[in-house]
Design a protein around this ligand. Structure first.
Ligand SMILES: [Zn+2]
Length: 177
C-alpha cells in the first residue's frame, strides 16, 4: 500500500528555471520584464504591469524580492489570482524568496493603465477607460464617437457593455476607476 502511484504523467520541461547559487539574482529591470508576461486574469491581452497593478519591485537587504501590488479595486475577485500569478511567475524563474505587499494608498486608478495596455485593449475590441469621464471616448472597432451604453454590467465587474451606433458592433468598456 505504500508504493508510489505509477501514473506516468511525465515531467513538465523546465523552461527558464534558474537553478544554482542564491547569489545570482536578476536585476529589477529583468523582474519587470518577467512580470510584463503575467496576464491580467480578467483581460488576458494586457499584463499586470500594463494595468499598473505592480507598483514597485525591489530586493530587500536579506535577498528577498519585494513586490508591491495595488489591487484595481478593493474586493476585486481577481486580486488574489493576480497575487498568486505573480508569485508563481517569479518562482518559475527561480526567485524563491518572494514577498508580496499590498498597497492600498494611493488607490489604483485607470490612469495607471499604460499606453501599451490601452493599445492592446483597443486591438482586442475593448474601449480603454476614458480619463475624461465614465464613458468610452470612441468605438474600438471603427473609432466612431457615436456610442451608447447597453448595460452597466459586462462579462466581468470591471467592464460594461456598450454598442457603437455607427458600425453597430457591441463592445466592452473598461469602466473600473
Ligand atoms: Zn464602431
Amino acid at each position: 500500500m505504500s508504493g508510489p502511484s505509477s501514473s506516468s504523467t511525465g515531467t513538465v520541461p523546465d523552461t527558464g528555471t534558474v537553478t544554482g547559487t542564491d547569489n545570482t539574482r536578476p536585476d529589477t529591470a529583468t523582474i519587470w520584464a518577467w512580470l510584463d508576461d503575467v496576464p491580467d486574469p480578467e483581460i488576458p491581452v494586457i499584463s499586470v504591469v500594463d494595468l499598473g497593478i505592480v507598483r514597485d519591485v525591489s530586493w530587500t537587504e536579506d535577498e528577498r524580492l519585494l513586490v508591491t501590488l495595488t489591487p484595481t479595486y478593493s474586493g476585486c475577485p481577481a486580486t488574489a489570482v493576480i497575487a498568486l500569478d505573480v508569485e508563481t511567475a517569479l518562482k518559475q524563474r527561480g526567485v524563491e524568496a518572494v514577498e508580496l505587499r499590498t498597497q492600498l494608498a494611493p488607490p489604483w486608478t485607470t490612469d495607471w493603465l499604460n499606453d501599451k495596455g490601452r493599445d492592446r485593449l483597443r486591438a482586442y475590441g475593448i474601449a480603454p477607460p476614458n480619463p475624461q469621464g465614465g464613458v468610452p471616448d470612441a468605438c474600438p472597432h471603427c473609432h466612431s464617437t457615436r456610442v451608447s451604453r447597453v448595460s452597466q454590467f459586462g462579462s466581468t465587474p470591471c467592464k460594461a457593455q456598450w454598442r457603437c451606433d455607427s458600425c453597430l458592433e457591441p463592445f466592452d468598456y473598461f469602466k473600473c476607476l
